[in-house]
Design a protein around this ligand. Sequence first.
Ligand SMILES: Cc1ncc(COP(=O)(O)O)c(C=O)c1O
Length: 358
Amino acid sequence: MNRPARARIDLRALQHNFRRVQQAAPHSKIIAIVKAHAYGHGMVRVVQALPDADAFGVACMEEAVTLREAGCDRRIVLLEGLFSPADIMLINGYRLDVVIHSLHQVEMLEQGSLSRPLDIWLKIDTGMHRLGFRPADAAAIAERLRCIPQVATLRFMTHFACADDLACDMTAAQIRRFNATPGADAAERSLANSAGVLGWPDAHCEWVRPGIMLYGSSPLAGQRAAALDLRPVMTLSTELIAVNARSKGDTVGYGGDWVCPRDMLIGVAAIGYGDGYPRHAASGMPVRVNGKPAALAGRVSMDMLCIDLGDQPDARIGDEVVLWGAGLPVDEVAAQAGTISYELLCGVGSRVQFDYVS
Ligand SMILES: Cc1ncc(COP(=O)(O)O)c(C=O)c1O
């Protein structure tokens, strides 16, 4: 691809962040969460770069099959379990672990026939109120599952709603409810997402499930990734394809709502919302041109965005523009765009050229 929009994926930073998980939860096994193309980073490349992960977490069958067919021989957990009875043959054939969160899934499992029993993760709803069984129902469901030949091992898991906020009572309450769930103490358990890994040691147990921290974004509200010793994995960049002198009072971009405050240089960078850069990013959003701070000027277009080069009179066509990553934390961009790093990272589009550095 000649277009300069690029995502540089630093696999050494990924491995460093994985070691941070190991340091923070040294007694837990690690399910590296790689759903949604490993949060936009490229699922197969990420999995290949994490040889010490005990398992990988995915959202759907297609992701699991892609990993197996790429040669991944480790445990793969389908985090939303099966969607239809047809999934059972694939789960069997591809040797997948399955989260079971509903009676509907229990029934599908009971009716399926398998050549080998499955490892099941019973999902308990301890307060997120999205998926899972009520703690009071867990023992009966576990008993029902243990009675069928389709089930080999039963593990218990839950998911946190507010673990990013260390001051919020909800996570401690979820941990208490989980620990009090009949049967959970006799099984292997998994509670902690990235925020649980770094912020809630009581939640580590036998298995942790980090996602966003692997990719170098902070899982804890108000704490910078660098302060948590997390390194950015993706650097999204492009180049200036035009540098134009504009006069005071000229408007820039669609809607004409950004007005040059003085005679100035405006750079045009080859990246836009068609590549996953947020269209609602406002003028003033930080970018870096040649490693120096600059700012978005006017509305983001599909394939381009304009930059106030006021402080960079020497800027030229071909100069590098960094949208987030090394030198510009994705968390900062996400906060200013009114979203979260997860959405920005997952949204990087297929027109962007991915370069892997190991
Ligand atoms: C069930 C489950 N576990 C773990 C994770 C990882 O969460 P995080 O990326 O916040 O670490 C996710 C992500 O959404 C999830 O859905």
